[in-house]
Design a protein around this ligand. Structure first.
Ligand code: U87
Length: 279
């Protein structure tokens, strides 16, 4: 479509997956971690803070006895590891994935114990307490995590095969976890549901999906001045998409953001945690 000089639209406002990829060019892992993984959204003294709620959901889902196996894949890890702090005890291999090299590099920095990487210690301590091990066991958990994370792979959930060929055994992963990825990379509901289908092809039949996502969100800041569009979802749409993708929904928890968790980095109103099993 021809456009006159100076009529270029803001790339993030165009439709489509390609425009979404352009929006992610400015993603800033350090700023992103600051926005979402420090207080108030990560305040371990407050049970109504977002991160303790997420960690409690993941702890329960991974420890109630039906989830286990050899391989756990985290879809759209970003620069964060909290998603697998409970799961790393139950699987021999944990694969982290992200679309952006800057995020994969951030993960490698922590795993490689490099100076200046994000400090996940309070998260490790909190999950150890949930496991009844006491916070002092956090170094054991850190060592466990570093021993089981075998790959950090590029992923694109808009591709029918989101991972590089040969990344997983032909039978697929035993469990998938994904947090705030699908709705944050999909321009609309149809794209979200398609991406869920692509991701499901990575999971073996009978395997579990632990899906965390935002409700009612239309944008978030991926860094200073980096506004990323998000498809606003409601609970019914999430459940319908899971069912349409061949999942049995086992558990659904909803968190509504208290006013002081709305810090200006997005317009999310609620968060869902779904535990589902692939038929
Ligand atoms: C996290 N999982 O923080 N295919 O939980 C695959 C892609 C693609 C693509 C981009 C940020 C959104 C979360 C991590 C990271 C999740 N990422 C990658 C954010 C916004 C509300 C909210 C947020 C965070 C991209 C915390 C809280 C709330 C990012 C990742 C999305 N929504 N992956 N085609 N394109 N990505 O590089 O790392 O998705 Cl509390 Cl409420």
């Amino acid at each position: 479509m021809e456009r006159g000089k100076g009529e270029e639209k803001e790339p993030c406002l165009e439709d489509g997956v390609a425009a979404m990829a352009r929006c992610y060019r400015g993603f800033n892992p350090t700023a992103y971690l600051q926005y979402n993984y420090t207080p108030p959204r990560a305040d371990f003294t407050r049970p109504d803070s977002i991160v303790p709620w997420k960690l409690a959901c993941l702890h329960r889902a991974f420890t109630e006895g039906d989830v286990g196996g050899e391989m756990l894949v985290d879809v759209g890890s970003g620069p964060t590891l909290y998603q697998v702090l409970s799961g790393c005890e139950k699987f021999g291999r944990v694969v982290l994935t992200d679309f952006l090299d800057v995020n994969r590099t951030e993960l490698k920095r922590w795993l490689g114990e490099e100076e200046g990487s994000f400090d996940w210690t309070p998260y490790l301590q909190h999950v150890c307490q949930l496991e009844g091990r006491g916070a002092s066991a956090w170094q054991e958990k850190a060592a466990r995590l570093r021993s089981v994370v075998t790959e950090i792979l590029p992923i694109d959930v808009h591709k029918p095969s989101p991972l590089p060929a040969g990344s997983l055994p032909s039978s697929g992963a035993d469990c998938l976890v994904s947090s705030f990825c699908l709705e944050s990379v999909s321009p609309d509901l149809a794209s979200f549901t398609r991406a869920l289908g692509h991701v499901s092809s990575l999971l073996r039949p009978g395997g579990h999906l632990l899906l965390i996502g935002a409700l009612g969100e239309s944008y978030y800041m991926g860094g200073p001045g980096v506004r990323i569009p998000v498809v606003p979802l409601d609970e019914a749409q999430v459940c319908d998409s899971l069912r349409a993708s061949g999942y049995t929904l086992l558990h659904l928890s909803i968190y509504t953001l208290p006013p002081d968790m709305r810090v200006g980095v997005d317009d999310v109103t609620g968060i869902f945690f779904a535990k589902a099993r692939k038929a």
